[in-house]
Ligand binder design. Structure first.
Ligand code: C2E
Ligand code: MG
Ligand code: MG
Ligand code: MG
Length: 288
């Protein structure tokens, strides 16, 4: 019986592997078609200045709804895009679209745009040229653009690659483009490493925003950790952004901790460009 159970497990595993491979191949085919048929769209989520409530900037977030299907979350297709190499073309599309749409927002309201950049894009020696070309073609001033790089991507490169990636970011920052370290707290960067990174903005991952327990308040230990990260950002002279702020109590708590900028469903959900125009027109302008 044990033997046949073992055999059975192998069969189950083999079947799982086959279906995983099939899912992967299907997603790759879908992404290729999405590029060809223009199925991608960007949504924008405002970043809010906690002191004034004004919109400081927006983060561009990729959206994909294949025809006849519901939306596929980025967590399901970005890893496939990275693994298949398609992230290069997709990332270029995102950067160009975001800079194109953001130009008018910057001119009218001083709103900056943040674009997520994946590890393979950074490891491409041609990346700085791509950024420069997109800024030139779209007419977006470099100071209106922020590149978001996850802490994991900054750390998970080999040391030799890390030096090259850092040199590239140093060059791009010299033009006035800002760099944000995204999902901070989920990677393993040492504090001494963090100090050396060419970054301007620290985005605290929402895992480090304490859960609202209603009348029970926040857990003191959770608050201590959040305060430590906010203070770390301030002491490194970075602009700290708290991600995933969902309640008024969380916003009040972050204001008390002197966290300057927040992002989350409590303020705004990611929205299509046409909806954002109305939000910006109604918001207090805040120079970045
Ligand atoms: P991220 O860069 O950390 O983006 C923030 C994510 O948190 C977004 O998820 C956003 O919709 C979500 N979010 C915002 N406020 C709240 C909140 O209050 N509560 C909760 N629960 N979630 C909130 P989304 O759009 O699903 O994107 C997930 C991740 O996919 C992004 O995390 C980013 O790492 C990646 N991604 C999205 N667009 C792109 C892209 O164009 N290029 C690359 N390379 N990665 C992208
Ligand atoms: Mg991001
Ligand atoms: Mg993030
Ligand atoms: Mg994230």
């Amino acid at each position: 019986a044990a033997k046949s159970a073992g055999k059975n497990q192998v069969a189950v595993f083999t079947e799982w592997l086959r279906s995983e491979r099939q899912d992967y191949a299907q997603t790759v085919a879908g992404l290729r078609r999405a590029l060809k048929d223009d199925e991608f769209e960007l949504h924008y989520q405002p970043l809010v200045d906690l002191a004034t409530g004004g919109v400081r900037g927006v983060e561009a977030l990729l959206r994909w709804s294949p025809p006849g299907q519901g939306p596929v979350p980025p967590s399901a297709f970005i890893p496939v895009a990275e693994q298949s190499g398609l992230i290069g073309v997709i990332g270029d599309w995102v950067l160009r679209r975001a800079c194109t749409e953001a130009r008018a927002w910057y001119e009218r309201y001083g709103t900056t745009v943040s674009v997520n950049v994946a590890g393979p894009q950074l490891r491409d020696p041609g990346f700085p040229d791509t950024v420069r070309r997109v800024l030139r073609d779209t007419g977006l001033p470099p100071q209106a653009l922020t590149l978001e790089i996850t802490e994991t991507d900054l750390v998970a490169t080999t040391m030799a690659e890390a030096d090259e990636v850092i040199a590239r970011l140093v060059g791009i920052r010299e033009w006035g483009v800002r760099v944000a370290i995204d999902d901070f707290g989920t990677g393993y960067s040492s504090l001494s490493y963090l100090r050396q990174l060419p970054v301007d903005i620290l985005k605290i991952d929402r895992a480090f925003i304490p859960q609202d327990r209603g009348d029970a308040g926040f857990r003191p230990d959770d608050l201590t950790l959040t305060r430590a990260i906010v203070d770390l950002g301030a002491s490194l002279r970075l602009t700290t952004v708290a991600e995933g702020v969902e309640t008024a109590a969380q916003a009040d708590m972050l204001r008390e901790l002197n966290c300057p900028v927040v992002q989350g469903y409590h303020f705004y959900r990611p929205m299509p460009a046409r909806d954002l125009a109305g939000v910006l027109a109604g918001s207090v302008a805040v120079a970045a």
